[in-house]
Design a protein. Structure first.
Length: 354
């Protein structure tokens, strides 16, 4: 009798939620059955690549280890997609499905659905991808007392660029840095995005905020003002700083755009206000810093004429280095923040497609 009781105890285990927390959404009974049909959730690809405005499918399928069918048939299957954050204790709800019931959340509403190409397909379809969609997603499948998860990373094709405001370097706290990127048609870059940009040659000596709250900067050519000549190239990390009080530059990330970026051919050079009006008269708006970087990096836009941008800066994009036009490297050249009322330049415009 004791032997039989021992076998029963080791073959099945369970955990009941604490009565005081029974209303929490994520609390549920956890059940492990030694010889039953164990649920397995699999992502066929760990990384998926896309771009802003595109559509993408994040793969996720579920199986039972000891059966050939997708589900046991005795319980309804619940599929939940969440986006993981840098704070691993928090997740952002994206989409939930159970039976015929479907629900999407926040900015994902109207843009997400299940592919359902087969009875065990839990893949998530995201349409009209936004810059904020970049990141890691968790697919969770729950059937009765069993559950399992898989994680998929959505990468976006794009460009990282350093940004500082008209006031000069090191003038943005974390929240101001977020707004500065948004105003320039971009979002704060992640560490992974900055690291990839560094591997592609980005070299910048000023430290800037990243989306996880850290302050870092990429160095490909070690030199005295940037950590010393004998240091190893890499992404230098200042650590995490007070988001309200600490002030740095920021690294922004942008992707392609649904529109036309162009240098406006105009008979005369313009003040800033005249440049704004010239773009409006041409059926466009004065271009943003993120748009000139995206046109340069993703479309190979090349123009040696310096022009006003929406933030009051003057820049020009060079994809083919040549004499008098960034002879040493391809880059978006920064002229500065000239006097808006008296200095005269050309202008870069952006016309959005409907």
């Amino acid at each position: 009798m004791k032997s039989l009781l021992f076998l029963v105890l080791i073959s099945v285990c369970w955990a009941e939620p604490h009565p005081g927390n029974s209303s929490l959404e994520h609390e549920r009974i956890i059940h492990i059955q030694e010889n039953g049909p164990r649920l397995l959730v699999v992502a066929e690809q760990a990384k998926i690549f896309s771009h802003r405005g595109g559509n993408v499918t994040l793969p996720c399928k579920f199986y039972h280890e000891h059966t050939s069918t997708a589900g046991s048939g005795s319980h309804k299957i619940r599929i939940k997609w969440t986006k993981l954050t840098y704070d691993y204790l928090k997740e952002v709800d994206v989409f939930v499905a159970m039976g015929h019931h479907r629900k999407s959340y926040g900015a994902y509403q109207g843009r997400v659905s299940l592919r359902e190409s087969s009875e065990n397909d839990a893949s998530l379809v995201i349409t009209n991808i936004m810059l904020e969609d970049y990141g890691r997603y968790k697919c969770e499948v729950i059937e009765g007392l069993e559950d399992d998860t898989a994680v998929v990373t959505l990468n976006l094709e794009g460009v990282v660029f350093p940004y500082s405001p008209r006031l000069g370097r090191y003038n943005l706290n974390f929240h101001e840095a977020q707004r500065a990127c948004a105003e320039q048609d971009s979002v704060m870059a992640s560490f992974d995005q900055l690291y990839d940009a560094w591997r592609s040659g980005l070299d910048w000596c000023n430290a800037g905020w990243l989306s996880d709250g850290s302050v870092q900067y990429p160095i490909t050519k070690p030199r005295e003002p940037c950590g010393g000549r004998n240091t190893v190239p890499g992404v230098r990390n200042y650590g995490f700083w007070d988001k309200e009080k600490s002030r740095y530059d920021v690294f922004c990330f942008t992707s392609n755009f649904n529109g036309r970026f162009y240098y406006l051919i105009h008979p005369t050079k313009l003040t800033y206000d005249e440049a704004v009006q010239a773009c409006l008269k041409d059926g466009s708006q004065i271009a943003k810093v993120g748009q000139i970087f995206a046109a340069w990096k993703l479309l190979g836009y090349d123009r040696c004429d310096a022009g006003w941008l929406a933030d009051g800066s003057v820049r020009y994009p060079i994809s083919r280095p040549r004499k008098r036009c960034s002879p040493s490297e391809a880059a978006v050249r920064f002229v500065g923040f000239p006097d808006k009322k008296h200095k005269l330049y050309g202008v870069y415009c952006f016309r959005a497609y409907n």
